[in-house]
Design a protein around this ligand. Structure first.
Ligand code: TRP
Length: 334
């Protein structure tokens, strides 16, 4: 019998415009995983409402993200690509896990502290229990591995703690997930402040390359990228701006640091920035074309949404029923 594949779960929020950092750091690398893992890629729209959203915009962005997953090369026949809100098990399990999570644990979450400072007018209970919903996402699918960035490691640790606590009381119900550290994706920084990560929620549009930016915009943003006052294209911790541009160029072209340094030996920052801009634009153009084509094919995308939600619901309900039984909820009469 063929060995069962390990399960991989990841999610992205549909808020903000996805950036080149999201693509090079995550999406692009996920494509190589679909042979080795049974993959679930969730558009976590329920997490999004922890901050206020415009309904029409949320709906449009969630669909755009789902299309982007497919355009980036994730095959919806092999990967389960779906909306969190189409699988009620997420919210149901989150409620249960809330009762196995301590206030003190949630109070320590740095993302909660950051977000409540940023949205001081709307520190709602959902923002506080956000990590519990994330734990439910992961545990619902009995995921073995979760590819996450460093900013989500604390949430993953909490997920493991909750799962272990639950298993300690009720026996082996949840698999204990691990962070996926494989071929690590590129860690792309802001173009305006290269010590910070390139973020889709950055207020300065020049700090990020958005996946849907056109060539002129991309080149203009790279031209304005913050560098240092030298003129040598060299990878070094004391040259964070140039090092970030080298990382982007490398990720976009597949070249090594040495090759890049050699290619621009004796040339100035202007030439280099232009080359990085062109490489990024060339990388994104085919992606943008696939997004445009897929967006036109409403019937196909609707089919993917429907089928994958059914698949996800089927798998999720198996875990949920088991959990409900363990904690003593009455059996369903059929
Ligand atoms: N909180 C994650 C982020 O903002 C998104 C997310 C929600 C997630 N559920 C998840 C990531 C489950 C991995 C697994 O990036």
């Amino acid at each position: 019998m063929a060995e069962e594949k390990k399960i991989l779960f990841s999610g992205m929020q549909a808020t903000g415009n996805l950036t080149l950092g999201n693509y090079l750091g995550a999406l692009k690398n996920w494509v190589s995983l679909n042979e080795d893992y049974e993959c679930y890629y969730c558009v976590v729209d329920e997490h999004s409402i922890t901050v206020r959203q415009d309904p029409a915009e949320l709906r449009q962005r969630a669909r755009a993200l789902l299309i982007l997953y497919i355009a980036a090369g994730l095959d919806p026949e092999k990967n389960c690509i779906y909306y969190q809100s189409h699988v009620s098990g997420h919210a149901e399990l989150a409620w249960i896990l809330n009762c196995y999570t301590y206030m003190g644990e949630l109070q320590r979450m740095t993302q909660f502290k950051d977000k409540s400072a940023k949205h001081a007018e709307n520190i709602n209970a959902g923002l506080f229990t956000y990590p519990v919903l994330m734990a439910a996402d992961i545990l619902l699918f009995q995921a073995d591995v979760v590819p996450v960035g460093v900013d989500q490691m604390q949430h993953l640790e909490l997920t493991r703690d909750i799962a272990q606590r639950f298993n300690g009381i009720y026996g082996d119900v949840f698999k204990i997930p691990e962070a996926y550290i494989g071929k690590v994706g590129a860690n792309i920084k802001s173009l305006q402040n290269p010590t910070k990560k390139m973020s889709k929620s950055d207020e300065n549009p020049n700090a990020s390359i958005y996946l849907m930016d056109d060539t002129d915009t991309i080149i203009r943003k790279f031209k304005r990228a913050v560098t240092d006052s030298e003129s040598e294209v060299r990878y070094s911790p004391d040259k964070p701006g140039i090092s970030n541009l080298i990382d982007i160029y490398r990720a976009a072209t597949g070249k090594t640091v040495e090759e890049v340094e050699k290619e621009f030996d004796g040339k100035g920052y202007g030439d280099f920035k232009l080359a990085v801009g062109e490489a990024a634009a060339n990388l994104l153009k085919p992606l943008q074309q696939r997004v445009a084509e897929l967006s036109k094919d409403k019937a196909y995308i609707d089919g993917v949404i429907k089928n994958n939600a059914e698949r996800a619901n089927y798998t999720a309900s198996k875990t949920l029923r088991k959990v409900q039984k363990k904690i003593g909820f009455p059996e369903r009469i059929r």
